[in-house]
Write a new protein. Structure first.
Length: 359
């Protein structure tokens, strides 16, 4: 096999504001995961729609993947494409599983681990590392990845990446529009049937995750392929406020319809605006940092959420204590994600990329 040109392995310039918005969405997910323990009724949760950040991630991926690979996947080939995605994504899949295992074994507020055999725990860990759905933990609502719940979206991200490499990269715009329309129809069915778009993470709504990524990934691709980029001066702050508005949207009787409108129309619009927004130089460093931190934060926070949930269930702390715990806990998780980023994720990816270039 001929050695690949280093230029083919280079990543394209990033859309800095989109990177920044990815970080805002990741932070919203962390806060949402804290708050859903406190407010089991979404109508009382101030960030009760934080879970929609996943659909925003999917739409971003649909925009970014063809931007990065449409013009070179034929040259590098599918295998090299898969290597690129594995290097980018899988180190944190493994670390997230390991953190989930440690949190499960040494949770100071729960002895759930003692009810599982060593073989069962090993199976859970291996399935988490290799992203094999294994929804057997009844005490964790049959999450398809019981040790690190957010991995459910990575599973579907991998599926979308594989389908892109085999089919979607060569799909013309007419068929892509048809695929997006099919995804929209299926998403409407899912939203109406379930009453929300929260599914994908447990065995009872597993396939809802596939529908969520089908529409949003296709819509992101369609935005890129159609060059639906809207020039504007909203900037990072303005677009962050608009994005947060979706997560802070209150719940009401037609909640499922509001969520559908957000995912079907609002998020693709934000991606179009984010790709076309002008970025003030003073916000550039913030956007770059936010983008780099987003994935480590998303993949490493949930072990602490399980510990918090068991603490909350056991001690029923008051409002003042809870406020402090959520704020301080979020800041700690952001700090921890930063350490993971600089001490693990970036070095591992750099090592693997350099080794790949030498082969």
């Amino acid at each position: 096999m001929n050695k690949l040109s280093p230029d083919l392995l280079k990543t394209k310039q990033h859309f800095d504001i989109l990177d920044g918005l990815r970080g805002v969405a990741a932070l919203a997910i962390v806060v949402f995961h804290f708050m859903e323990w406190i407010y089991t009724d979404p109508s009382q949760n101030v960030i009760g729609h934080g879970f929609l950040a996943v659909d925003f991630f999917f739409c971003l991926s649909g925009f970014v993947i063809p931007y990065a690979y449409d013009n070179r996947i034929r040259h590098i080939g599918r295998i090299e494409f898969f290597k690129s995605r594995l290097i980018r994504l899988h180190p944190l899949v493994i670390l997230g599983a390991l953190l989930g295992l440690l949190g499960f074994l040494f949770d100071p507020f729960s002895d759930q681990a003692s009810t599982y055999s060593i073989g069962s725990i090993l199976a859970l860990f291996l399935c988490s590392i290799f992203l094999i759905p294994f929804p057997v933990m009844e005490d964790r609502a049959f999450n398809i990845f019981g040790l690190n719940a957010p991995s459910w979206s990575l599973f579907w991200e991998y599926v979308a990446n594989m389908i892109y490499a085999w089919i979607l990269y060569k799909l013309n715009r007419r068929y892509l529009m048809l695929l997006t329309l099919i995804g929209a129809i299926l998403l409407c069915i899912v939203g109406y049937r379930a009453g929300n778009l929260l599914g994908g993470w447990t065995r009872t709504n597993f396939w809802d995750g596939g529908v969520r990524i089908l529409y949003s990934f296709s819509a992101g691709m369609l935005i890129y392929r159609s060059n639906w980029i809207l020039k504007n001066r909203l900037g990072f702050v303005g677009l962050s406020i608009l994005l947060l508005a979706a997560f802070l949207m209150p719940s009401f009787s037609w909640n499922w319809l509001a969520e559908l409108l957000v995912v079907l129309i609002y998020f693709p619009l934000l991606v179009s605006l984010g790709a076309g927004a002008s970025l003030s130089p003073r916000w550039k460093a913030t956007c770059v940092f936010s983008g780099k931190l987003s994935y480590p934060l998303y993949m490493t926070h949930y072990f602490a959420i399980w510990i918090f949930g068991n603490y909350y269930t056991l001690h029923h702390p008051g409002t003042t204590e809870l406020t402090g715990v959520v704020i301080f806990g979020t800041l700690l998780l952001v700090g921890f994600a930063y350490l993971v980023m600089v001490g693990y994720d970036i070095p591992i990816r750099r090592y693997l990329t350099n080794k790949r270039k030498k082969n």
